[in-house]
Design a protein around this ligand. Structure first.
Ligand SMILES: NC(=O)c1ccc[n+]([C@@H]2O[C@H](COP(=O)([O-])OP(=O)(O)OC[C@H]3O[C@@H](n4cnc5c(N)ncnc54)[C@H](O)[C@@H]3O)[C@@H](O)[C@H]2O)c1
Length: 346
């Protein structure tokens, strides 16, 4: 069996906790090289996964190594530049979320992937979580009737608890937005995938706790979807001591709770007398908290797409759709008004 030859660019937290272990778990993948501007970090990960080549310059790595694909696990402002450089070397690219910092960047990334005929996938992993996959089947089955409103939340104590090199998350120049770009992009992708596209947003953002921080550490968004459903998206870097990563749909025939109840990852409550509560057998939501890890499904999705076994589960166009809605939220908070997602331009 010919192995898929991978290079990982950036060996910080997301590479360490997800990309590298998930690649290493596959027999059809060889991690050929890793790259980080901090050589010691790359060396440490190379030693852990038996990777032979270590680079501090990604351009050198993609020029010298015979790779099939790269994972891009570096700060947000570098995603577009590195993605385009890799695609132009005819490599498939898995880029972390948010895929870019502007629509001009995301459009160029998508166009380059198309021109080169390469896979461009975005690490918006919430839609791959088994409980969300099952929730989609339940919603689409009509078991709960129409969805009227929803509440979706992603909050934890902040990137400083996740990554020792994560100070860039607080810098607008490098991150472009705070909890909205880091966590909001996940939940926005999830609700658009579960329901339909967002049409309009009204967003409040604030920096309430983090010091030396030029981005939001909390945001609350009211959204209206294309089919009229309304709901809220809350994002936070100040939820302590426990994270909240839950979504609730209030529907015509009952309520669906995803990652809301501690011991039941997915629960439906029915209005109909005698039907009551139904807890579904499904693994818990993946979590950044101690003991909460399991495969995100992103690496499997990427490799299986490269091998032509499945359709790209999170193509660049889906990354861009989530990015566009996040940009609408930023504009809404800045201008203190409701913003139509279609108003956002490159
Ligand atoms: N999918 C998810 O759930 C998820 C979770 C966390 C982070 N992320 C995303 O992953 C990306 C990285 O986040 P992180 O938490 O790993 O940050 P991090 O700071 O822990 O790691 C980033 C690494 O990139 C390295 N780096 C910076 N510039 C580089 C360059 N030019 N070339 C090579 N390496 C370079 C840094 O030295 C650092 O080791 C971000 O876009 C973030 O939004 C995704």
């Amino acid at each position: 069996m010919k192995k898929v030859r991978i290079g990982v660019i950036g060996t910080g937290a997301i590479a360490k906790y997800r990309h590298l272990p998930e690649y290493a778990a596959r027999e059809d993948v060889e991690i050929v090289a890793v790259c980080d501007i901090i050589e010691a970090k790359a060396q440490k990960m190379a030693a852990r996964y038996g990777v032979k080549k270590v680079y501090t310059d990604y351009k050198k790595m993609i020029a010298e190594e015979k790779l099939d694909a790269v994972s891009i696990c570096i700060p947000n402002y570098l995603h577009a530049e590195v993605t385009i450089a890799a695609l132009e070397k005819d490599l498939h690219v898995l880029v972390e979320k948010p895929m870019a910092t502007s629509l001009a960047e995301s459009q160029k990334m998508i166009n380059t992937a198309k021109k080169r005929g390469k896979v461009l996938m975005v690490g918006q992993n919430q839609r791959l979580a088994p409980l969300h996959v099952l929730a989609k089947k339940i919603i689409d089955s009509g078991m709960l009737g129409k969805v009227y409103t929803f509440r979706t939340v992603f909050g934890h104590a902040g990137p400083e608890h996740w990554s020792p090199t994560g100070s860039w998350f607080f810098d607008k120049e490098k991150a472009f937005a705070g909890s909205l770009a880091d966590l909001g992009v996940h939940k926005i992708d999830l609700i658009q995938w579960l329901l339909t596209d967002i049409e309009e947003v009204a967003c409040f953002s604030a920096t309430l706790e983090k010091k030396n921080c030029t981005v939001d550490d909390n945001s609350v968004v009211i959204v209206r979807m294309k089919n009229g459903i309304i709901g809220t998206v809350e994002t936070s870097w100040t939820y302590k001591p426990k994270e909240d990563n839950g979504t609730t749909f209030f529907c015509e025939k009952g309520i669906l709770k995803m990652a809301v109840e501690p011991d039941a990852p997915l629960v439906a409550y029915f209005n109909e007398p005698g039907k009551g509560r139904l807890a579904f057998e499904v693994p818990k939501m993946q979590s950044n908290e101690e003991g909460g890890q399991f495969s995100s499904g992103v690496i499997d999705g990427f490799i299986n797409t490269i091998k032509g076994e499945i359709e790209n589960p999170i193509p660049g166009s889906e990354g861009e759709k989530a990015l566009r809605a996040v940009l609408a939220c930023i504009e809404s908070a800045k201008s203190n008004r409701k913003v139509l997602v279609k108003e956002v331009e490159a």
